[in-house]
Write a protein that binds this ligand. Structure first.
Ligand SMILES: Cc1cc2nc3c(=O)[nH]c(=O)nc-3n(C[C@H](O)[C@H](O)[C@H](O)COP(=O)(O)O)c2cc1C
Length: 365
């Protein structure tokens, strides 16, 4: 039903301020009738971090920050949903306007700054749907005013472990001043030690909840070496590459909007995100699986991300320009690709191009 109505409504949404349109979309998902989409092709199934994903296409963090509609998103055909970023205490984020579309580039710039209803409100919603099935992870972040940011992550692990499928530890949002410093080797080591310890403590009552680290695409390769080294030492379950970028590719067409401060996502992010994923893949040496995110807007880009090293993918910005039917389209294009290549599953393609990609010229910014 929603996929029939949505193409009619989407042009109207685009007339609204981007943040108002987003709020309307979340509310529509709460109240519009929706039906389960066609049954999943078994060739799309992925097993990672001990979880069975019906398909590899996930909703990226930031769309459903407060866990209002995870089940509606699953019913739209996503294989998993990442809610958040959630901060321990509620906070309003940055002043509006703070979300901008770049229509000609199919990009988005945001400087929302972790607007969150806080852990208590989100816990209530996630606890209410804890037995509903489906893979719902929570992306956790620190409060802006926090003096001990690592303690915020620990508290969130303790809070959410019983009700989520996995954690995404977000140390890569560009919109909370100083947050990306958590990616510095020594601080990162301390963060991982305390986060993994909290996870181990919680495992007695909640089972072992996978911990994934979400990193920025703007790291130097030396910084990436350190991060991957730390992640391997502390035996994290996976990494998500990556968040929005502070860089602005020179060829952007919506130049006036490109000057807005914030993180850029969508199509212009794809070359950098894919390259950083490939760079991560060759460093991780299959120690843990990777999630690829940044500018995926078709079966072709999804497949390129998988071939660069992702066993799972996520998307957000492309939905603004292509609508929710994109999810079904990406899945059917992936199935077609598997059929054409005679592959039994996507795992045969993961990382196939990673080494070659790392030898290419660095994507221009
Ligand atoms: C409006 C908006 C809000 C976002 N909020 C978050 C967030 O709260 N936490 C997070 O880890 N990533 C956030 N992201 C980043 C996305 O999860 C994703 O990493 C990034 O947008 C790249 O994917 P895309 O090009 O498919 O959008 C946000 C992105 C957008 C566009």
């Amino acid at each position: 039903m929603i996929s029939l109505i949505e193409p009619l409504v989407r042009p109207l949404l685009r007339l609204l301020d981007a943040e108002d349109a987003h709020r309307l979309a979340v509310n529509a998902l709460k109240f519009l009738p929706y039906e389960k989409l066609a049954t999943e092709d078994p060739r799309l199934a992925v097993r990672a971090f001990g979880l069975n994903f019906p398909n590899p296409v996930g909703m990226a963090a930031g769309f459903d920050k407060n866990a209002e509609v995870p089940d509606a998103l699953l019913r739209l055909g996503f294989g998993f949903v990442e809610v958040g970023t959630v901060t321990p205490r509620p906070q309003p984020g940055n002043p509006r306007p703070r979300l901008f579309r770049l229509p000609r580039d199919e990009g988005v710039i945001n400087r929302l700054g972790f607007n969150s209803e806080g852990a208590e409100a989100v816990l209530r919603r996630l606890a209410a749907r804890a037995n509903a099935g489906g893979i719902v992870g929570v992306n956790v972040g620190a409060n802006k005013e926090s003096v001990d940011r690592i303690a915020d992550y620990v508290r969130l692990i303790e809070t959410f472990a019983p009700v989520v499928s996995y954690f995404s530890v977000n140390i890569s949002s560009p919109n909370t001043p100083g947050l990306r410093e958590l990616q510095q080797a020594k601080i990162f080591d301390d963060l991982l030690a305390r986060v993994m310890d909290a996870r181990a403590r919680m495992s007695r009552e909640a089972g072992t909840t996978p911990v994934l680290i979400k990193i920025a695409p703007d790291l130097t390769l030396n910084e990436l070496d350190d991060l991957v080294g730390g992640a391997r030492r502390h035996r994290v379950d996976g990494m998500i590459i990556g968040n929005t970028t502070l860089t602005r590719p020179q060829n952007l067409r919506d130049q006036a909007i490109a000057c807005e401060a914030g993180g850029l996502s969508g199509r212009p992010l794809f070359p950098l995100a894919t390259r950083m994923l490939a760079e991560t893949y060759v460093r991780v040496e299959s120690a843990f699986p990777l999630v690829g995110v940044g500018g995926i807007d078709s079966g072709k880009t999804a497949l390129a991300m998988i071939r660069a090293g992702a066993c799972l993918i996520q998307l957000y910005s492309a939905l603004v320009f292509h609508g929710v039917r994109l999810v079904a389209r990406i899945k059917s294009e992936l199935v077609e690709e598997l059929r054409r290549g005679g592959h039994a599953g996507l795992d045969e393609l993961v990382g196939a191009d990673a080494a070659a990609m790392t030898a290419e010229q660095w994507p221009s910014s």
